[in-house]
Design a protein around this ligand. Sequence first.
Ligand code: ATP
Ligand code: MG
Ligand code: MG
Ligand code: MG
Length: 568
Amino acid sequence: MANAAQVQRMSRLMIKTLREDPADAETASHKLLVRAGYVRRSSAGIWTWLPLGMKVLENVSRVVREEMDAIGGQEVLLPALLPKEPYETSGRWEEYGDLLFRLKDRKGADYLLGPTHEEIFTLTVKDQCTSYKDLPVILYQIQIKYRDEARPRSGVLRGREFHMKDSYSFDTTDEGLAQSYALHRQAYQRIFERLGLDYRIVSAVSGAMGGSASEEFLAPAAAGEDTFVDCPACDYAANTEAVTVKVEPVDGAGHGPVEELDTPDTPTIETLAEFLGVPASATLKNLLVKVDGEIVAVGVPGDREVDMGKLGEHLAPATVELVTAEDFVDHPELVRGYVGPQGLAGKAFKYIADPRVASGTAWVTGANKEGKHARNVVAGRDFEVDQYLDVVVVEPGDPCPKCGTGLKIDRAIEIGHIFQLGRKYADAFELDVLGQNGKPERVTMGSYGIGVSRAVAALAEQTHDEKGLCWPREIAPADVHVVAAGKAKQTELALSVGEQLGAAGLRVLVDDRAGVSPGVKFTDAELLGVPTIVVAGRRAGEGIVEVKDRRTGEREELTVEEAVARLS
Ligand code: ATP
Ligand code: MG
Ligand code: MG
Ligand code: MG
């Protein structure tokens, strides 16, 4: 019996593919998801999911749901529109800064659009669970999140409105939390394997969530905005935000007294280059120096590259000193100006505290207010004016902190993040349950996120080829894409094949569009990226179709019966 719902005729599908890349698109996923008609930009960082995109998004959500259910997660849906008070209680109304979308209701009360939901889940459990017998509990939702990202770019990879699976675990003991965390870790491994994503689990910093242990799931891809080190010899892998390796700091920068440029009255490019320890032909990014005691950015406004030639013009005849990290404690706006509100201050310091480093990855370590080692720091927020800072530069080949082998450094997309929050939110909201002995016990929590919409883009990044998207079957909008390449005879056969495949339980897209040339249909089929393409073409009269593997390009002529048997 044909299952009509499984067969989608393209003549009735709302889809408009594009031959040209969108002008502002830099990454493959952005270009291809738009060109293939999966998503359309609504406004900066805000996206419409069109029918095929919706199918892919739903497939990712389904995998996530199944694996969350498998570890005992219970699905709920909390509001996205939230009152300010809980976020004031946790301190995040302030802490999130410009990242938060804030709004007022008609009475003037403050609201926000949820960037993540620790506060509200804590309150939900406080309302629902009163005894240790009610725990442990794992709650999750798949929901839209809002973050006013400084640089929403790369299409749905970094949206200002995006889809996230977030879950939260509630336990009474540390062992319980460790167990809930381990369950999530395993569920995430299964999810990303099923999605067909190549990924690494790396140590991470817990950032705005607070808490202790935290790991990220990173999908290696050039388009990624995260950098991680990976040891080829042991299991050590870490986001550079969280690396604990220490290598020798470059002389001078960020250390002790400010170095003074010992030059003649008019420094030349050569003397400056020598001072900076770079070739005179070098291009430096965001070079900041002090000229007569004033911090100045040398370069063309809006241009992040500074060439030594332009630099020379700014310097004569003045006293030039290297800017140190300490200088920026008084000028956090300069740090933010270069890095963005939530960005890696460490990256800025690479250029600021140590302008001699023209490449590689660097970050700042130092003592924060509690005397702990701080990473991903923002001057003024995370450390005091008089605190000493180290600039640590990690380059490929630096020793692994575990085994000493040379590290690899790669770019990746953060697709998931798991945290052991501990009692931070339970303390803030006084979340207790009655223990076995009748006394209240403070609950301990974990929080776990997956970027569901980002995973779609990450998959596109990792699996596309020069012809277009190329989905793994589990995630593809259909199993088979049947192309009617010709006239009535071909269309008839294509629809019949489609129906038979549908009846066999496959999800089928049939390109039965009239007045569209076979060439355009083939190009669209490659662009759309369904894993198997079946063509009813030249030999349709004999009941013969061509079955083609989208990824390998392997093709074979088969009778309709053979094709249906092969594919189902
Ligand atoms: P990033 O470092 O990329 O900004 P994050 O660390 O701020 O992400 P988390 O708070 O850990 O993100 O959120 C959980 C997950 O939500 C992330 O691992 C990521 O997959 C996804 N995510 C976060 N921000 C965005 C965004 N702006 N667009 C799409 N997905 C996002
Ligand atoms: Mg972020
Ligand atoms: Mg992150
Ligand atoms: Mg994260």
